[in-house]
Design a protein around this ligand. Structure first.
Ligand code: DAH
Length: 345
């Protein structure tokens, strides 16, 4: 092939190449040692001295022309590949930006965690119990006789009703876990049990048919009433603030004897304002039911009430959060209104 023909076919080949990679390969074929130009350059020495200058000029001319064509094509292909890259990477700024907003734990869960942490600090364990419960654990084992009004079908959501031996219900409180825990563990027992509870209540500003409680139980030798008071006072100060005072008001629960309600001094008015929006002027906020575990309950759970004693308490989680944050309607917990929930990040 003479150089003239080589240049002509090379020009077509250079134009036909579609990628920079292919162009690099072609460049070697057209200008490398074994290319027609390379061959012609090697032959120069064998020519008659008189013919060499003209042949040398021709080899250089073709080489220069090939280099020019290749450089030109390389420029074109570089621009094409850059444009492809840009097109791939392009951002359509007219598309509406969509971001995944960061969620948070629900205030009920935050409250449960905070209360449990306080008791963990006192050496308590945290346990969970079944939401569908045998009536025996929910009532009988807690010293609550068959004629007790809380057992009525109108008050309790039964899954299985009629045969007293195996009635199943949605637990009305977390207290049945007192019995379950006592049955399966050896004293000393120090445990808190957070969880859902269910009652046949109509929704209003302070009632939900599904709500949360945290049960507490301590069983050991030599536990006395002041242990209960000291424990709950510590809890109230940790949860509501250092200055809070507590009082225990006599009450009744079938499974504790004596029984009491725990009141916390109002942290808005401290008892100083007759028109306080939180306590209504009484100076006290009702927080929990509590008492000394009834010896019958200890015995029914298989422990010796002669040598052991204990206390128990149960608090409503929504109530704790409402009092603490000044929430006046319990529906806030189930409405899923982000404007409300976002305030508790
Ligand atoms: N279970 C009771 C309720 O739901 C609350 C309660 C009262 C729990 C006294 C206790 C207790 O552990 O000792 O109303």
């Amino acid at each position: 092939m003479n150089l003239h023909e080589h240049l002509a076919s090379a020009e077509a080949a250079i134009q036909a190449v579609k990628t920079l990679g292919d162009l690099n390969e072609l460049e070697t074929k057209l200008l490398g040692r074994n290319s027609p130009v390379g061959e012609a350059r090697r032959q120069l020495g064998k020519l008659d001295p008189g013919d060499r200058p003209a042949a040398g000029v021709e080899v250089n001319r073709v080489t220069a022309e090939l280099n020019r064509l290749i450089a030109e094509r390389r420029g074109e292909l570089t621009r094409v590949e850059e444009n492809l890259l840009l097109a791939d990477d392009s951002v359509d700024v007219t598309v509406e930006r969509w971001t995944l907003s960061q969620g948070t734990e629900h205030l009920v869960q935050q409250t449960i965690d905070e209360v449990c942490d306080i008791f963990i600090g006192l050496g308590y364990r945290v346990e969970q119990g079944p939401e569908a419960e045998l009536a025996w654990f929910n009532f009988d084992a807690l010293n609550t006789p068959p004629h007790h009004p809380s057992r009525f079908e109108s008050d309790t959501l039964y899954l299985d009703f009629g045969d007293p031996a195996d009635e199943v219900l949605l637990r009305t409180h977390t207290s049945p876990m007192q019995v379950r825990y006592m049955q399966s563990h050896k004293p000393p027992l120090y445990v808190v049990v957070p969880g859902k509870t269910f009652r046949s209540d109509t929704i209003d500003a302070s009632h939900l048919p599904v709500f949360h409680q945290i049960e507490g139980l301590a069983v050991d030798s030599g536990i006395v009433f002041s242990d209960l008071k000291g424990t709950l006072a510590h809890f109230a100060r940790e949860f509501f603030g250092r200055e809070q005072r507590v009082r225990l008001r006599p009450s009744f629960f079938p499974f504790t004897e004596p029984s009491a309600e725990l009141d916390v001094s109002c942290f808005v008015c401290g008892g100083a304002s007759a028109s306080c929006r939180l306590c209504g002027g009484s100076g006290w906020l009702e927080m929990a039911g509590c008492g000394m575990v009834d010896p019958n309950v200890l015995d029914m759970a298989g422990h010796d009430s002669q040598t052991l004693s204990g206390f128990a308490f149960g608090m409503g989680v929504e109530r704790l959060a409402m009092v603490r944050h000044g929430i006046s309607n319990i529906r806030v917990f189930i409405d899923n209104d982000l404007r409300a929930l976002r305030q508790f990040r």
